[in-house]
Design a protein around this ligand. Sequence first.
Ligand code: ADP
Ligand code: MG
Ligand code: MG
Length: 207
Amino acid sequence: MSKLTETIEAVAQMILREKNYLSDLDAKIGDGDHGINMARGFEAVLEALDTLEHPENPKAVLHAVGTAILENVGGAAGPLYGTGFLCASEVCAEDERLTIDSAERLLGAAIAGIEKRGHARRGDKTMLDVLIPIHECFTAPYADGSTLYECLADANQAANEGVEYTKTIAARKGRASYLGERSIGCEDPGAVSSMLMFRAAYQFLNR
Ligand code: ADP
Ligand code: MG
Ligand code: MG
């Protein structure tokens, strides 16, 4: 076990706990399977963490997480999250430590990978409306003069605000886009899963 694998375990437990909630949100503007998809992915992640050869190597851990999600989750969000973890792994050193700089670099790479694969942008009512505001909290000038823990707290708040923002806009990507304006008023399920994943990591690191 390492601090990173323990953090990812906390994230997995959050997703498993909130499985029904995420599917209920998806039932309103999609096909009702987001919680099922995410839980399947994070069950595979927990198994992968159990058999890791190098839990102390964050690059290898992130690669294993991305692979487990990619190989086990269908639908839209699974491949996007899997890609995000793999892209983060690509820019992660084998002895990387959590700092403002590494959080900025890894989140930035994950977001770039998700954008490239899904062709969505901020404002399309997707997970990106939470992930991009989280990332911003670790970039200059926002992060200037802040400690890592201040950035984490700001990002946790930004994630909550990102979810609220998705309620106010119409979906332009994914299944919810079939509803167009009728998706206004509902939060995006992928935005909520991103927020919950970050919240779990934040609470674990702040414990
Ligand atoms: P599916 O829509 O295939 O059933 P899920 O329900 O698991 O897959 O995931 C839906 C979520 O995926 C959405 O709430 C949204 O946040 C995210 N999503 C869908 N399409 C995209 C995209 N092109 N880019 C980024 N995120 C997307
Ligand atoms: Mg769905
Ligand atoms: Mg589906």
